[in-house]
Write a protein that binds this ligand. Structure first.
Ligand SMILES: O=c1[nH]c(=O)c2[nH]c(=O)[nH]c2[nH]1
Length: 302
């Protein structure tokens, strides 16, 4: 005998671009998103009895994303995700949870002749602003916000020494190395009671994203890093202090290694230690360092 233990379904990779036109100034703004909506509820019979009467077609879910984007602001994504998720649990009696994931792609206004252009944009890299919004009937709205794909590098101001040395160790201690990572930072909001409460805290979402981004970059640049571990913890502490509605801040940072190259075999050329100039970027393997920072007394899962 078997039974359906868990089920959710919906539409993934719904790509949307919304243009906002300010009629007065002629300035336009674009927001590009990739959306995933997964629904849960009394949908078991669609799996176990071929009963499609409980299925809101994933095609209709996709249409709802477009209509909701037309009729509502799409920023901040935390609010748009909450509006979209709440729609499904309010519209369909048998749907009890909606899980909305939004990846917002970064389009930055172009400067032309030193001036911000009214309707032209650049995609500066792979950085995205992401949210996971879980609207759960009778419980509330859980929101996790994130920055992903923000690649940074510093050419000094990073050390790594004092680590375990044993018969497995070949790595030399260093007091000056290149440090580079692709930032994956996320912050978990305390549960909201519903859409009204999300709307009431509207302005906090962009503020938290801006603070998280600024703190991450400033700390990365300015901290004389003892390790990825020590630097990321400092970032998390500061973000929690800047945004009181956050329960936790998490980081997952790859250590993108740049190895020194010994060129002494060529006419005694000096290219290591304080003479290092030419490095070999490594694609793999890479360190991967994770942590979650919570307010004192709280434990969290990775
Ligand atoms: O910042 C670092 N943390 C580590 O845990 C580690 N391990 C390693 O080989 N290099 C580094 N660098």
């Amino acid at each position: 005998m078997s039974a359906l233990a868990a089920a959710r379904y919906g539409k993934d990779n719904v790509r949307v671009l919304k243009v906002h036109r300010d009629e007065k100034t002629g300035i336009q703004t674009v927001v590009e998103m990739t959306v995933c909506v997964l629904l849960e509820g009394d949908i078991e019979t669609s799996y176990t009895k071929a009963d499609n009467s409980v299925v809101v077609a994933t095609d209709s879910i996709k249409n709802t994303v477009f209509i909701t984007a037309k009729q509502n602001p799409v920023t901040p994504p935390e609010l748009f995700g909450s509006i979209l998720g709440t729609h499904f649990i309010e519209k369909y009696n048998h749907i009890h949870a909606a899980h909305v994931n939004i990846v917002t792609h970064r389009w930055v206004r172009m400067d032309v002749d030193g001036k911000p252009h009214p309707h032209s944009f650049i995609k500066p890299g792979s950085e995205t602003r992401d949210v996971q919004v879980d609207v759960i009937e009778g419980k509330g709205i859980d929101i996790n916000s994130a920055i992903n794909g923000l690649t940074v590098l510093k050419s000094t101001g990073s050390q790594f020494w004092g680590f375990v040395r044993d018969e497995y160790t070949t790595l030399k201690e260093t007091w000056d190395r290149i440090l580079s990572t692709d930032v994956a930072a996320s912050w978990q909001w305390r549960r909201f009671t519903g859409l009204a409460e999300v709307k009431a805290h509207f302005e906090k979402f962009n503020a938290a994203w801006e603070a998280a981004r600024a703190i991450t970059l400033k700390t990365f640049a300015e901290d004389n890093s003892a390790s990825v571990q020590a630097t990321m913890y400092k970032m998390g502490e500061q973000i929690l202090a800047a945004a009181p509605l956050l329960d936790t801040v998490s980081y997952a940072l790859p250590n993108n290694h740049f190895f020194e190259i010994d060129l002494s075999w060529h006419k005694g050329l000096k290219n290591t230690g304080k003479d290092a100039e030419v490095y070999a970027p490594q694609s793999n393997p890479n360190g991967l360092i994770k942590c979650t920072v919570a307010r004192s007394g709280q434990r969290a899962k990775l």
